[in-house]
Design a binder for this molecule. Structure first.
Ligand code: NAP
Length: 450
């Protein structure tokens, strides 16, 4: 439609060379036609133009000293995308691939994801092109301190509350929090994903993976099916992948794969989650170590991947959980999954499927959940951490897990009911985008042109 098309053309001129950001925006704008057609207010209030332009973008130098006494310089980002529904909220990513395009795609997705949770949260994302791999603990600490030395002036418990993402776990959150506290002289709930000792929430670490599995279970229940006994393909072996695998095991499914940037593990008997945690969480090791300890596990190194995709999706499995990174599942991977009898895809990562792969799943009418619905359990539980911090309370694991289950059920309902209302009941991309958009757009209209 001309309105959305013109917005994308303008965006490409004003924000050149941001491929991942355009991909995320196009997916959303393509699905908004049914609401834009019937409600002229969105056009009249320039909601689409305002939605794709972040409220504030901060880019900064992060200078720090490595163990050899050399000065290193990285680029830091915080994109505060939209605060119509509440304080900015979204993770921080440390990975060498980080650039403005990736942070903006993640921030844009975060706005709609947070809206879809039904919670009072705006959307943001941040990070740096810093590679934590191979760095000493001292180097990680000095980098986190240098990063926070700039970021602290832009965040606050009612302004912007960052969390972790790729390359940022409890250790990095701890170092950033320490620096924030020193600079501001206040002990605030300004970051989530904190250690349990000093303000973290039980079940936050598990929340994204567990939530993703709860969402998959709802999708399958909607088709009078369940996860029990299903062979599941999981990619990644970080926070989201580990707790997806753990919950799948608990529910009687069999996760048979995982991956890292070095290679993929396929284990027909099922991934041993305790061993995976030991290697990844305790030893900070690689999946090649897992293969050495499990002779029945097949290890496919990255050099042997197919040219047109990822080894993990070429195995047989009924449900797929891409939990590593963006665009890790291509059209060729999607075809292989469908040929092998895959009946459901549930995105633990953000935008892991290319636009072409997503289209194939929609056409095939399999159960397919986009990340902004399926992986929203993490941010939702971050909000539960904020609530506990603000009221100086500590809830039990069971209490937080029950709230997470309720939130995931609400997200599933909003997504599936919106898709059904638009007469495309299997199109959860449409359902999630429109349900999230309606909430943000209404709030923006009520708050005037700001
Ligand atoms: P993580 O703990 O750092 O783990 C990331 C995993 O993905 C690792 O196994 C990593 O392998 C792999 N990976 C990352 N970048 C890769 C690349 N370019 N190529 C190949 N493999 C790559 O991060 P995470 O928190 O699990 O996040 C995973 C995904 O979930 C991301 O898309 C993130 O945005 C999304 N997500 C996370 C949360 C959360 O609460 N953590 C919430 C919502 C969404 P290596 O270790 O070899 O790099």
């Amino acid at each position: 439609m001309p309105y959305t098309h013109n917005t994308i053309v303008k965006l490409q001129k004003s924000s050149p060379a941001q491929t991942e950001f355009y991909q995320a925006v196009e997916e959303v704008l393509d699905s908004l036609a049914p609401v834009l057609d019937v409600d002229s207010r969105f056009c009249q209030h320039a909601i689409i133009e305002r939605l794709v332009e972040p409220e504030r973008q901060i880019m900064f130098r992060v200078a720090w000293v490595d163990d050899n006494g050399n000065v290193q310089v990285n680029k830091g980002y915080r994109v505060q995308f939209n605060s119509a529904l509440g304080p900015y909220k979204g993770g921080i990513r440390f990975h060498p691939s980080v650039n403005a395009s990736i942070i903006k795609f993640l921030g844009f997705e975060q706005v709609l994801k947070n809206a879809l949770t039904g919670l009072p949260l705006g959307g943001a994302k941040g990070g740096a092109n810093f590679d934590p791999k191979g760095k000493s603990d001292g180097e990680i600490m000095r980098f986190c301190q240098a990063f926070m030395s700039e970021l602290y002036r832009h965040i606050g418990p009612t302004t912007d509350v960052p969390a972790g993402d790729i390359g940022v776990g409890a250790r990095e959150i701890g170092y950033m929090f320490g620096q924030y506290k020193k600079l501001t002289n206040s002990f605030d709930g300004v970051l989530t994903g904190k250690d349990l000792l000093w303000g973290g929430s039980l079940a936050r670490k598990e929340a994204t993976g567990y939530g993703c599995v709860y969402f998959a279970e709802h999708m399958l229940e909607g088709n009078k099916d369940s996860l029990e006994g299903k062979e599941c393909l999981v990619s990644g072996s970080g926070n989201v992948a580990i707790y997806t695998i753990e919950k799948l095991r608990e529910l009687g499914a069999k996760p048979v794969s995982c991956s890292d940037s070095g290679g993929t593990i396929y284990q027909k008997s099922g991934i041993d989650v305790q061993s995976l945690k030991q290697i990844k969480e305790v030893e900070q090791g690689r999946l090649s170590d897992y293969a050495k300890r499990h002779p029945d596990a097949e290890y496919i190194s990255r050099d042997s991947y197919p040219d047109d995709g990822h080894a993990v999706w070429r195995f047989a499995g009924q449900v797929a959980f891409p939990c590593a990174t963006q665009n890790e599942l291509t059209a060729a991977d999607a075809k292989a999954l469908l040929d092998n009898g895959c009946i459901a895809v549930c995105e633990g990562a953000n935008m892991p499927c290319t636009a072409e792969a997503a289209e194939l799943f929609i056409q095939a009418k399999i159960a397919y959940a986009p990340g902004k619905a399926a992986n929203a359990g993490g941010v939702a539980t971050s909000q539960l951490e904020m609530a506990q911090n603000a009221s100086m309370q500590r809830w039990s694991f069971a209490e937080v897990d029950q709230k997470l289950k309720d939130i995931m059920q609400g997200i599933y309902q909003r997504t599936s009911e919106t898709a059904a209302e638009l007469e495309q009941p299997t199109n959860f991309i449409l359902g999630a985008n429109i349900a999230g958009f309606r909430r943000v757009a209404e709030a923006m209209i009520q708050q005037g042109v700001v």
